[in-house]
Design a protein around this ligand. Sequence first.
Ligand SMILES: C[S@@+](CC[C@H](N)C(=O)[O-])C[C@H]1O[C@@H](n2cnc3c(N)ncnc32)[C@H](O)[C@@H]1O
Length: 208
Amino acid sequence: MALKDVGNKVPIYKLKTTDEVMRYYDEWGEKDKYNRDMVEWNYTGPKETVEVIKKYLVNKETLFFDAGCGTGLVGLQLKKFGYKNFHGADLSQKLLDTVPKNLYQKLFKIDLNKRIEVSDNLYDSVMCVGTFTFGHVKSDALDEFVRITKPGGLICFTINEGIYKDYGFDKKISNLKANHKWIEMQFFKSDYIASKDVNAWLGLYKVK
Ligand SMILES: C[S@@+](CC[C@H](N)C(=O)[O-])C[C@H]1O[C@@H](n2cnc3c(N)ncnc32)[C@H](O)[C@@H]1O
């Protein structure tokens, strides 16, 4: 798969370490640049994932964990459809600082490549949009998402098409199915950042 991707000044696929990724987003968040770029590029990840998950979640009290919430674009989309209970987590404190006030009840600065310090079965739903991409969060985070989601809860995510096989997401998703950890509800190629010819797999899974 060609290294197609976008970014701020340098493409995301050039980032190697977690520290580099953190500094990159800290800078991208300045003067609202990240949000402005997403509008200019017609980034559809938050809209597409929320369109999918809302069909399965009638309860507007659903408690979401937004993994890699960035500036809160997923929370803003969820709010449009009447959901209101969100916790968000991200590596970049600068991006967390730009999340609209009172949109999320809790915001955590964390590294999603490590254990998530919340108890088992806490959330009704986990969203992870735009965060499975080059040099960012690895596929083992899906084990953590399953652990923190209630039985019967939903996990919805995008995976940049360029890392899906190379980073072992295909095997991780299959193993979770084979080990009866989750059931596939949807899995398809989404537009994501079609304006830049970058697409992503979009998955929705129900925890057993
Ligand atoms: C492309 S942005 C997506 C942000 C948001 N979900 C959206 O759709 O606009 C990727 C996000 O992943 C975060 N991120 C990257 N590596 C991370 C890590 N190891 N742990 C937590 N967050 C990480 C970045 O800080 C950034 O906010």
